[in-house]
Design a protein. Structure first.
Length: 285
């Protein structure tokens, strides 16, 4: 397989294809993760998230069964190269009421430990905010709009201006030694977002280490002076170094937040996360 190979599940094997027209197929569910020399972080959680999303979005699609999903997953894991850095993606697609599974074998782009953010000032583009897949194109638009303003990713806000998530990242922050994240669950539906595997794992690690955690609604301006992290499966934990329009509640100016960083904390948590990597084959089932 090439470093940018596409394959469709044919019921008993992955069959390479040359081209996939995104206008013909609808992505119903998707998941991706970083593999390094045959190891991955929290792959079981990615599997669980993809299976749950696929079961919800695939219900009623011709050809979708739990058995087909499980077989496709196993074949996709087996197809990931054992050497090098890869960022594979699995997808459930639909066309005219029929289901199809797609595996994308992608080389990992250059990784970083820092990121610049920008408040997203456009309309709400997400249609299915709690499931990864249907809104991949919309989230890329959020990211591209941020890049046009000199940032790496955009941050979506609630109608009242509270932080929800980034286009490709989950946002968390520190107040002293307490780790914070956006609200979630019943009663906080305006904060609906994709359940981030990396964020869930970081909060789980914090709990295991006895680090206090909290949830709070927060505007970008209220993060001034804090240490902010952007999390995702590709880069892991990154420090936010700047935030375009973060200090402007009404979006009228170009204010940037003054963000902090406790020396050594980012490196420590990145190393803790890396220590939890497991062989892909062992973690896949």
């Amino acid at each position: 397989m090439s470093s940018a190979a596409l394959s469709r599940w044919a019921g008993d094997a992955l069959i390479p294809i040359d081209y996939c027209d995104p206008t013909e197929w609808v992505v119903e569910a998707a998941d991706s993760w970083l593999t390094t020399d045959g190891t991955a972080f929290a792959l079981r959680l990615h599997r669980d998230r993809f299976f749950a999303a696929a079961a919800e979005r695939g219900a009623g699609l011709e050809g979708f069964t739990d058995a087909a999903l499980a077989s496709f997953w196993e074949a996709s894991i087996a197809a990931i190269p054992a050497k090098g850095d890869w960022f594979p993606r699995v997808e459930l697609q639909s066309k005219n009421g029929a289901a199809s599974f797609l595996y994308r074998e992608r080389t990992a782009p250059p990784l970083s430990s820092s990121v610049a953010l920008a408040t997203h000032r456009g309309p709400e583009l997400r249609r299915v905010p709690t499931i990864k897949g249907p809104d991949l194109g919309a989230m890329m638009q959020v990211r591209r709009a941020a890049q046009e303003r000199g940032a790496d990713d955009g941050v979506i806000l609630t109608p009242d201006g509270f932080v929800v998530e980034g286009g490709t990242t989950s946002i968390v922050w520190w107040r002293g030694d307490i780790l914070f994240g956006a609200p979630e669950g019943p009663g906080w539906e305006e904060f609906d977002r994709v359940d981030s595997v990396t964020a869930r794992s970081v909060f789980g690690l914090a709990t295991a280490l006895g680090v206090e955690t909290h949830r709070e609604p927060v505007t970008p301006a209220e993060l001034d002076g804090t240490e902010v992290w952007a999390l995702n499966a590709l880069h892991g934990i990154r420090i936010v170094t700047s935030w375009v329009d973060g200090a402007d509640e009404d979006g009228a100016g170009r204010g940037r937040l003054q963000l902090a960083e406790l020396p050594g904390r980012l490196a420590l948590w990145r190393s803790r996360r890396e220590a939890l990597r497991k062989p892909v084959r062992a973690a896949a089932a």
